[in-house]
Design a protein. Structure first.
Ligand code: ATP
Length: 413
């Protein structure tokens, strides 16, 4: 059997950015890697003033969640004392004795290798995959240093990739402006804004307390999705004059019950007398919304009825739903991490103009999806549709065609 080829992305990830992701992607290709481990360091010897380790860990997990071959590792994070790459590589060699190890670094790091603890031994423990870094395009000094290290036994492979002009430092400097930042995952930016890292004031002060539980209860992908929904919910709230704090708080907790086993959701629903509707009780895809609202109240301590309503209504909507309910429901559909499909761009466009129109399109997407998969449309969704069509007809707004199509679908036509 061929030896496994493992890439190692060590870094402070303070915070992780898309330059790191691009490096890992290019290294996977250049080194034919089976997987890349992301190892945020606990206490790096060269840096001070970094965000707490658990925050950096969660941001790394969220950022790499969409990529199949990328895995987070707590190896460096959980080690007490200063983090040394020498110890990490020694431990990884013990853990994966049959694998080939590839340490992925930026060109700037190659110039620093000679300052690392036990660096001459480090050179022999792995092959280095070296990624170009914007203004640090290898010049004579770089080539000399590379040659010197190679003569001492180092193995370097230069990775072919377009340099990505970004650094964690530049991101930390740009954060206070509150604008979207280039080469930066919105989910990670959202995490920072919610919790108030890097000197920002937290937009949802409770988020810091909620995060450990929420993160533990969700898969990496679900956690990343949740942050994306909070990002979109805030944007929509600001565009449409809804309460941005409530929108972000509701979005953050909207899927807090989603990864529970169905049996546990059903037990909570029975104990708390949440619903008698069998079609809801038998479907985790529907039941997690009202159970999530119950958990938001009883586990996370939310008391605001508008936030709880938005969580409960995020799947089927509800007749008479509020602007905030729509914001969270639509944000769930359009968050930046959603894979593209034809209706998605239309919903995104509509959401900038009118919440009701976007909501109608979201429901229309649900109708289409349910019809295609040969299932019955849930009564709650139908009731929302009927209410929304009537509401739009009465008050005006929304696209005529969309309303007609939905009426047609709602009647089972
Ligand atoms: P900071 O600005 O805080 O020093 P950073 O952006 O360099 O942070 P680190 O987490 O320290 O990020 O970097 C981990 C590794 O990724 C290092 O080897 C670094 O050289 C490399 N790296 C980071 N960003 C890039 C980039 N844009 N292009 C190439 N390499 C990069």
């Amino acid at each position: 059997m061929a030896k496994e080829r493992i890439g190692i992305m060590g870094g402070t990830f303070n915070p992780i950015h898309l330059g790191h992701i691009a490096m890992a992607q290019a290294a996977i290709k250049a080194g034919s890697l089976d997987r890349v481990l992301f190892l945020p360091d606990g206490q790096p010897p060269h840096k001070s003033g970094i965000a707490p380790a658990e925050h950096r860990w969660r941001m790394v997990c969220a950022a790499i969640a969409p990529y199949k071959r990328m895995e987070p590792s707590r190896m460096e994070l959980d080690r007490t004392g200063t983090t040394y790459t020498f110890d990490t590589l020694t431990a990884l060699r013990e853990l994966y004795p049959k694998a080939s190890l590839f340490y992925i670094i930026g060109a700037d790091t190659l110039m620093q290798l000679h300052t690392w603890h036990r660096w001459q031994e480090v050179l022999t423990l792995c092959t280095f995959l070296v990624c170009p870094r914007d203004d640090l395009t290898p010049g004579e000094e770089f080539r000399q240093e590379r040659r010197r290290l190679q003569e001492m036994g180092a193995r370097f492979v230069m990775v072919d990739m377009k340099p990505v002009d970004v650094s964690s430092t530049a991101i930390r400097e740009a954060l206070p402006s509150d604008e979207p930042i280039g080469h930066f995952d919105p989910a990670v930016q959202e995490y920072i804004g919610l919790t108030g890292l890097y000197g920002l004031s937290p937009r949802v002060p409770e988020a810091d307390d909620w995060m450990p539980r929420l993160f533990a209860d969700l898969t990496g992908r679900r956690f990343a999705h949740t942050l994306g929904v909070a990002w979109s919910a805030r944007h929509l709230a600001l565009v449409h004059g809804e309460d941005a704090y409530k929108a972000e708080a509701a979005a953050l907790l909207h899927d807090c019950a989603k990864c529970l086993p169905l049996k546990d959701m059903q037990r909570i629903a029975a104990d708390a007398k949440i619903t008698q509707d069998r079609s809801v009780l038998e479907s985790g895809a529907l039941l997690h919304a009202p159970v999530g609202a119950w958990m938001a109240e009883h586990v996370y301590g939310v008391t605001d009825p508008e936030i709880l309503s938005a969580i409960a209504a995020h799947t089927t909507g509800k007749p008479g739903m509020s602007g905030l309910d729509m914001v969270v429901n639509i944000a769930d559909t359009i968050e930046p991490g959603r894979e593209s499909y034809p209706l998605l761009s239309r919903i995104r466009e509509a959401s900038e103009r009118s919440l009701r129109e976007a909501m109608l399109l979201c429901l229309s997407g649900t109708v289409e999806h349910v019809e295609k998969s040969g299932r019955f449309l849930n009564t709650g969704t139908l009731q929302t549709l009927t209410w929304l069509c009537g509401h739009i007809a009465e008050t005006g707004g929304g696209s005529e065609t969309a309303v007609t199509n939905i009426h047609h679908a709602a009647k089972g036509g």
